[in-house]
Design a protein around this ligand. Structure first.
Ligand SMILES: Cc1ncc(COP(=O)(O)O)c(C=O)c1O
Length: 494
């Protein structure tokens, strides 16, 4: 007989009922071939004695397994393992199935070439980032209050079921007004799809625009996740130079004269990663080219809200009269990345198709959250939050400037007119590889500096985010950077 007593282990402190624990363990024995088809199980009384449980528990367990079809009961004879139970590959007793295997038993396509993972943060280490929101400033209490009042409303059941794949109607209406007023985009309800952030919009656009080998133009250095999204869609990316006025549109024209271009990806307000703003002349040139050569402009306006010197430049979308632009934005940078609320604005036919495609990815957005953000924007809270964070970020940017001025021997930089990062160029002969290695000794983590130059332009630059650090943290970061550069200089001299 199977040594049930030594195999079965029941933990009465677990949340799962004892009879189910027993049933699951018996299933494992059947799946692994230890309990074979047609094998007779001990009667409930004997099993109860064998494993020290109440007889009623055994009866409940056997009943469950009978209902599930693992066992059969033959009157006056007893309880048996189902005769036609297919065996899974038998395992040795001690190799019982304890966890999901680390590798699948089938092949699949690996889509992510980047291998980028956010590692766990360790206390005491300062992490350089590429320009992210200081979530300590997020008005979370206010957002929570609005969310609560949305949930308490008698209309809440309307928002708990399946909704439109276009996203919450209330939020779409509020954004139509908001984007018309702030960005001069002449959109109507036909032109907007609520997304779960900009990345979602980039993904949808790439899936609708690209078939294998289609050409997408992007800067020689570009936002890495957009690059990978296009590569995953099987696009061929052609690179064009980026200078102080943004992407070089003459280079776009040269490509268009020779090849059929499907789309161009631009972060027109502040180019990612170089932070440069695209000049008015190039904006209009690009729009004309798009119309002439019939390509799409994917305008990722990820940090429109952060501009320190003058009013923000109107997006390309606001000048587009021929339906060439797909405008993508989100509240993830402005409020907090955790709130996956963004939008895609385009001509009606494209928005409709994007909404159809979205159905297969996540069906719809998060209606309660979207309604919360509709109220947050409508009440003026979003604008108040932007004004508040702008002041804080500008001050932090200026503190960074003061600190970086002390390190001019090593670095070149321009003062960013907007966004949340510097484009920090390291002077030769120093390399970021050296800086990153030494910085680690000083508890400073430079991060994935390689991602800014995947195409080997040799610009020797990284993005240095400034928005997340308070004054004390800025002092600490630069103290570590000073120490790093001092020891690097010593090493290079030797
Ligand atoms: C240029 C750019 N586009 C898009 C995104 C993605 O933003 P979201 O969080 O809205 O998906 C980021 C995030 O860092 C970004 O830097």
């Amino acid at each position: 007989m199977i040594p049930y007593k030594s195999i079965i282990s029941i933990d009465k402190k677990r949340q799962q009922a004892v009879y189910l624990q027993l049933a699951n363990q018996l299933i494992e024995l059947m799946k692994s071939g230890i309990l074979l088809p047609n094998a007779k199980l001990p009667s409930s009384r004997i099993m109860a004695d064998l494993i020290g449980l109440h007889r009623k528990t055994i009866v409940a367990c056997y009943d469950e397994l009978l209902i599930q079809g693992w066992l059969v009961s033959i009157p006056k004879k007893g309880t048996y393992v189902h005769a036609e139970l297919p065996l899974l590959k038998p395992r040795a007793l001690e190799q019982n199935h304890k966890s999901i295997p680390s590798k699948t038993g089938f092949s699949f396509y690996k889509k992510d070439q980047s291998n980028r993972r956010l590692s766990d943060r360790k206390a005491g280490i300062t992490y350089v980032n590429d320009g992210v929101t200081d979530v300590r400033l997020t008005p979370i209490k206010e957002i929570a209050q609005i969310y609560k009042s949305v949930c308490n409303s008698r209309l809440v059941p309307r928002h708990l079921g399946y909704g439109s794949t276009l996203g919450s109607l209330e939020l779409r209406k509020v954004l139509v007004t908001y984007l018309n007023e702030t960005r001069g985009i002449k959109l109507t309800l036909d032109n907007i799809l609520i997304t779960r952030g900009s990345q979602h919009g980039i993904y949808l656009a790439s899936q609708l625009l690209v078939k294998s080998g289609d050409i997408i133009i992007a800067g020689t250095t570009n936002y890495i996740s957009a690059d990978y999204t296009f590569v995953n869609a099987d696009a061929k990316i052609l690179r064009i130079p980026v200078d102080d006025h943004g992407i070089d549109t003459k280079a776009v024209e040269l490509i268009c004269k020779k090849k059929k271009v499907k789309a161009i990806y631009v972060t027109s307000h502040h180019h990612h990663p170089t932070t440069k703003t695209m000049s008015a002349e190039r904006r209009l040139h690009l729009l004309n080219l798009a119309q002439e050569y019939k390509f799409a402009i994917i305008e990722d306006d990820y940090d429109y809200d952060f501009h320190y010197n003058q009013a923000p430049i109107l997006p390309l979308m606001s000048h587009d009269i021929h339906g060439q632009v797909i405008y993508i934005g989100s509240l993830c940078k402005t409020v907090a990345p955790t709130f996956r609320v963004g939008y895609m604005i385009a001509a009606k036919d494209f928005v409709t198709e994007a909404a159809n495609l979205r159905r297969y990815i996540d069906r719809q957005g998060d209606p309660l959250l979207e309604l919360t953000f509709a109220r947050f924007i409508q009440s003026g809270s979003l604008n108040r939050h932007i004004n508040k964070t702008l002041k804080v970020y500008r001050k932090r940017r200026d503190l960074f400037v003061n600190q970086l001025n002390e390190l001019k021997e090593f670095f070149e930089f321009d003062i960013p007119a907007g966004g949340m990062a510097f484009w920090l160029r390291l002077k030769r002969p120093y390399t970021w590889d050296q800086v990153a290695t030494i910085a680690r000794n000083h508890k400073l983590e430079i991060g994935e500096w390689q991602r800014y130059d995947l195409n080997n332009n040799g610009h020797n630059a990284i993005r240095l985010g400034f928005a997340t650090y308070n004054e004390e943290e800025i002092d600490s970061l630069f103290d570590k950077l000073h120490k790093t550069m001092k020891s690097l200089k010593r090493q290079v001299k030797l």
